[in-house]
Design a protein around this ligand. Structure first.
Ligand code: COA
Length: 204
């Protein structure tokens, strides 16, 4: 156990109908670079401006669990099951001092509009509630990002009224909305259990 009794995932894979979530690795760097580098359709909607090089992504994905002072990041790849191709990524930030997880995600343009994003976020929500045992899951979304807002609504998240956030993106202020779902609301919706392979530990 950690000092706060926090669960630490050693390995996690989740299979839905359309996508599989699995830990990202350096081997995903080339496919990810292809879909994210110099792609305004992706980078206009997230705080990160995308990778400058494949090496940057190799470094980023070299360890799928990244410890920060106040949170642990789990970096998942979204793999399209039909093709086995790398279709996007989803990060789960697990906070240390509060039972909260925050999600961030992207789906490459050729894979968009087929429900992959919705299923990937739904799987990540399920994983965070079931395996990380958080009580709340949040996401921040740029105010005019309608596809992403739709995903959050479809997985049961609600707009946190009065929790507007301003971020700086390329020198301009961007308004973001906070969305969240509590464990109670998620359990009341009785979501189906996905197909799991999770190895976790409680490390001191
Ligand atoms: C947001 C994103 C992940 C969506 O991925 P996706 O795989 O295309 O998502 P889905 O196919 O599951 O579709 C999501 C919903 O958005 C809707 N949608 C798509 N384009 C839309 C648009 N221009 N306006 C309104 N809704 C739209 C879809 O119709 C779908 O809703 P529906 O099921 O009710 O029809 C993807 O567009 C993306 O990566 N965008 C750039 C990065 C980003 O925004 N990340 C999220 C940051 S919070």
């Amino acid at each position: 156990m950690t000092s706060s009794g926090r669960v630490v995932l050693e390995h996690a894979e989740v299979a839905g109908e359309l996508v599989q979530l699995r830990p990202s690795s350096a081997a995903d760097a080339a496919a990810s670079f292809e879909l994210v580098h110099d792609q305004p359709a992706i980078t206009d909607w997230i705080l990160w401006d995308g990778p400058e090089s494949i090496e940057e992504l190799e470094e980023r994905y070299s360890c799928w669990v990244q410890e920060r002072e106040d949170r642990t990041l789990y970096a998942f790849s979204i793999v399209e099951r039909a093709s086995g191709e790398w279709a996007g990524s989803i990060g789960v930030w697990h906070y240390h001092e509060e039972p909260v997880a925050v999600l961030g995600y992207l789906v490459g343009v050729p894979y968009q509009g087929r429900g992959l994003g919705t299923e990937a976020v739904s799987c990540a929500v399920e994983l965070a509630f079931r395996e990380l045992q958080v009580l709340l899951i949040r996401a921040e979304v740029f105010a005019n990002n309608l596809p992403s807002i739709r995903i959050l609504e479809k997985v049961g998240m609600r707009h946190d009224e009065g929790e507007e956030i301003f971020h700086e993106k390329r020198g301009a202020e961007v308004l973001s909305h906070s969305y969240s779902i509590s464990r109670v609301d998620w359990e009341l919706a009785a979501p189906p259990k996905g197909d799991w392979q999770v190895r976790s530990a409680r490390a001191d």
